[in-house]
Design a protein around this ligand. Structure first.
Ligand SMILES: NC(=O)c1ccc[n+]([C@@H]2O[C@H](COP(=O)([O-])OP(=O)(O)OC[C@H]3O[C@@H](n4cnc5c(N)ncnc54)[C@H](O)[C@@H]3O)[C@@H](O)[C@H]2O)c1
Length: 372
């Protein structure tokens, strides 16, 4: 626990800093000239990443790494007390599908640790702005055959899994205890830097379970980072005028996709044409068989936070460009990968079925998606 480096002036404390969103947020804040304290679990990989950033930004007093396990109340209090941040961006979480595999840990991190952090912030003599990462999962399952409206910040929350429940509880902790806060409900976060977080076999299994015609608003991770940086900087009177201080964070209208279109487009852009076997559509007559994503109205978040820069075609172009000459090797590997994915137990379970059964498949492969 703790860091021996000197304290920074008015830093932004970022939790979950070494995650997919965290790394982009830290880089954005540093590029904007902010001082950043990056916190995550105390692992060798976190330290390797932090050392590199420390070399680039540490000398001008802009960067400090301060690992902590936020489930430990004492470590969390010390993190806030010793760094005296002017703002906290709280990203640390256990997300799907890992949260279904370890529901107890997920509750400790997603809810209890958020509570520790909120209390530590509330106890500060000048409480910092608190920006919470929430999720579209708070709205629960969405059957597109029965709903045509876009999700807005005013849409009632109705979580249908433990992750969505955790996020609703975390939001409540923040809303009830703090005065200066913003809640950012993120859509499906993608990175043009394919190969980072979220591309392992568990993620591949999980994606294959989701209805191919499930609506989802995606967003490139650097645009998410712009939204968080803007929420940190927003004057409090502007923030107070936003209903519920809640923002739906997704890409522009080109990011209104269906689940089954995402991976094929990204893998094709890499040269991995037809590498991923298609999944199944949702059952129009069975609301319970749909997953917890939908299209989001991002007009207000964009008007206030001005963060959308990377369209879906831009993202695919960048994936293509980054793959470069490796695309030829990928093309050869595609049929092998297709075969490997087809034989995964999660895929075999669905053979012969007409419709997707995301919650049944999650329960069979990872663990119950419900807490109780
Ligand atoms: N990725 C998405 O599509 C998405 C969508 C909606 C919302 N979100 C939310 O955005 C935030 C960031 O997501 P992400 O995709 O970067 O997730 P991620 O899993 O890549 O990163 C989460 C980070 O939290 C850290 N962490 C976990 N337990 C911790 C603990 N006890 N103490 C300290 N750190 C701990 C992990 O080490 C990890 O680096 C999360 O709150 C997530 O719920 C993400």
């Amino acid at each position: 626990m703790g860091s021996l480096a000197p304290r920074l002036r008015d830093p932004v404390l970022v939790t979950g800093a070494f995650g997919l969103v965290g790394r982009a947020v830290v880089e954005r804040l540093l590029a904007d000239g902010r001082a950043v304290v990056a916190s995550d679990l105390d692992t060798p990989a976190f330290h390797r990443w932090a050392r590199r950033l420390g070399r680039l930004h540490g000398e001008r007093g802009a960067f400090r790494a301060d690992p902590a396990d936020l489930t430990d109340e004492h470590q969390t209090r010390h993190l806030v007390w010793s760094n005296r941040p002017r703002a906290v961006v709280h990203l640390a979480a256990v997300i799907p599908p890992a949260c279904y595999q370890r529901p107890g840990l997920a509750r400790r991190v997603n809810v209890e640790a958020t509570g520790h952090l909120v209390e530590a912030v509330a106890a500060a003599s000048a409480p910092p702005r608190f920006v919470l990462a929430s999720s579209v999962a708070v709205y629960g399952r969405r059957n597109p055959h029965r709903t045509s409206d876009l999700l807005t910040a005013a849409t009632p929350v109705a979580p249908s899994d433990l992750y969505g429940e955790h996020k609703v509880e975390a939001e409540t902790l923040v809303r009830e205890r703090l005065a200066s806060f913003a809640v950012l409900r993120l859509g499906g976060v993608l990175s043009a830097d394919v190969g980072g977080a979220g591309t392992g076999m568990a993620s591949m299994d999980f994606e294959g379970m989701l209805p191919t015609d499930q609506r989802i608003t995606t967003v490139e991770v650097r645009d998410v980072a712009r939204a968080f940086a803007a929420a940190v900087a927003l004057p409090d009177d502007v923030l107070a005028a936003v209903a519920g201080r809640t923002f739906l964070i997704g890409g522009d209208e080109t990011h209104r996709l269906v689940q089954g279109a995402i991976t094929p487009a990204i893998t094709a852009a890499m040269g991995l044409e037809d590498a991923v076997p298609p999944g199944r559509p949702g059952d129009p007559d069975d609301d319970a068989s749909w997953f917890a994503t939908d299209w989001m109205d991002t007009a207000e978040s964009q008007a206030v936070l001005d963060y959308q820069r990377i369209s879906w075609p831009d993202l695919l172009q960048e994936v293509h460009d980054r793959a470069g000459a490796r695309r030829y090797a990928f093309r050869l590997a595609a049929p092998v990968l297709n075969e490997v994915i087809r034989r995964r137990p999660a895929r075999l379970r669905a053979v012969g079925r007409t419709h997707a059964d995301p919650w049944g498949d999650v329960a069979a492969t990872f663990g119950s998606p419900r807490e109780h």
